[in-house]
Design a protein around this ligand. Structure first.
Ligand SMILES: Cc1cc2nc3c(=O)[nH]c(=O)nc-3n(C[C@H](O)[C@H](O)[C@H](O)COP(=O)(O)OP(=O)(O)OC[C@H]3O[C@@H](n4cnc5c(N)ncnc54)[C@H](O)[C@@H]3O)c2cc1C
Length: 346
């Protein structure tokens, strides 16, 4: 049996754990170790729309991965996994819904082509000028696209992943790991999915927080999402099964998650300007989360460890939701032979 430790119980660590248990069953003895579990991870603070709105294609420049994997495959695998759950009796329990809406940009994309992710959005099309007006889009946003995609309420989704992990025999341990070396004598395989914690655990000074604030309101009549993006701000109104999220800030290098009443009021004002009926919506709660940003997602074996096989999977920034299951599949592929080898030798 291969002894496996996964560090981190956000989107990434939870899905890596579940995928390994589903793939290898009793050949792995898996422990999910985390300083925090749902509802206290960054993943719980996510909007968790299943699309990455990046302008740069994953293959553009020198890529967005350090190590192995193709982000378009990660996205495809994640959407396919979420679609399967959405269409099953579990979909509601896991907080997954399929929503339609509009995203408008202050600057028309200069590439002249459709965004790289458009094939993974259902019914994607660009809107005419008249259609843009009909959506109450302000005049500074001349270009818009409409599509449907999934949104996941991670506060429902993550506890369900955890239940499945336990049902398959996985253990959980509430603990802060100070160094990966602490674990090498006890585990054959260690997978670091600690997000921002990797600044310490992987001695990686290139991971940094990008704070995102969100206000959650009760407005069940809102069925469509609306997103406005300019180079300096994002206004989003995102309906989920049990609330509507008004967002969102993106403040680099901000480490605090202290609530800001001023920011919340701004998000409510911006959301209401976009969707006036939100004026009567009751505020439920608000929060701030820290996206684990890095110029590239790091998904690779760390060959500096000799005693155990150590894999890093962190730095998903604003895309950990829409890449999570695909990354779990990728980690599974990377470790497949090591797990078989260890489970045969122990
Ligand atoms: C406001 C906001 C909106 C977002 N919207 C979207 C979106 O629409 N779509 C999308 O795809 N993504 C979105 N994201 C990004 C997404 O939420 C993140 O990329 C994702 O949550 C990262 O997941 P993770 O598992 O890597 O990190 P985390 O959720 O931070 O999990 C890391 C885990 O590691 C644990 N840990 C850390 N250090 C240690 C240690 N030393 N010892 C033990 N455990 C440790 C933590 O306790 C935690 O459990 C958004 C994020 C925010 C904040």
């Amino acid at each position: 049996m291969a002894r496996v430790a996964v560090i981190g119980a956000g989107f990434i660590g939870s899905s890596v754990s579940l995928h390994l248990l589903q793939e290898h069953g009793k050949s792995v003895q898996l422990t999910l170790i985390s300083e925090s579990f749902s509802p206290d991870t960054t993943s719980d603070k996510s909007t968790a729309l299943m699309l990455p709105f990046d302008v740069i294609p994953p293959s553009g420049g020198d890529g967005i991965v350090e190590g192995v994997g193709d982000p378009e495959e990660w996205l495809k695998d994640t959407i396919s996994h979420i679609r399967g759950l959405h269409d099953s009796p579990e979909g509601g329990l896991m907080g997954i819904s399929l929503i339609h809406g509009v995203r408008a940009l202050a600057e028309q994309p200069t590439t002249g082509s459709l965004p790289w992710w458009h094939e993974h959005a259902y019914g994607y099309r660009t809107l005419s000028t008249d259609e843009v007006k009909s959506y109450n889009i302000p005049s500074g946003y001349p270009w818009a696209e409409s599509f449907s995609t999934y949104v996941v309420d991670s506060r429902l989704y993550l506890p369900q992943l955890l239940s499945k992990i336990k049902a398959l025999g996985g253990n959980t341990l509430h603990s802060k790991i100070e160094s990966i070396s602490e674990l090498t004598s006890k585990y054959d395989i260690i997978i670091n999915c600690s997000g921002l914690g990797s600044a310490v655990l992987a001695s990686d000074s290139t991971v940094y927080p990008v704070r995102g604030d969100i206000v959650s309101v009760h407005a069940p009549w809102i069925k469509e999402f609306t997103i406005l993006e300019s180079p300096t701000s994002i206004t989003s109104v995102i309906p989920r099964p049990n609330d509507v999220l008004l967002g969102v800030t993106a403040i680099p290098h901000e480490h605090s998650t202290e609530p800001s009443e001023e920011t919340n009021q701004l998000l409510i004002r911006n959301g209401t300007a976009l969707v006036p009926s939100l004026k009567t919506a009751k505020v439920l709660t608000s929060w701030a989360g820290l996206r684990p940003m890095r110029s590239k997602v790091r998904l690779c074996i760390d060959s500096s460890y000799k005693e155990s096989v150590v894999v890093h999977c962190y730095g998903h920034g604003s895309k950990g939701g829409c890449f999570h299951w695909g990354c779990a599949v990728q980690v599974g592929k990377l470790l497949h032979s090591a797990i078989i080898e260890k489970s045969n030798s122990n």
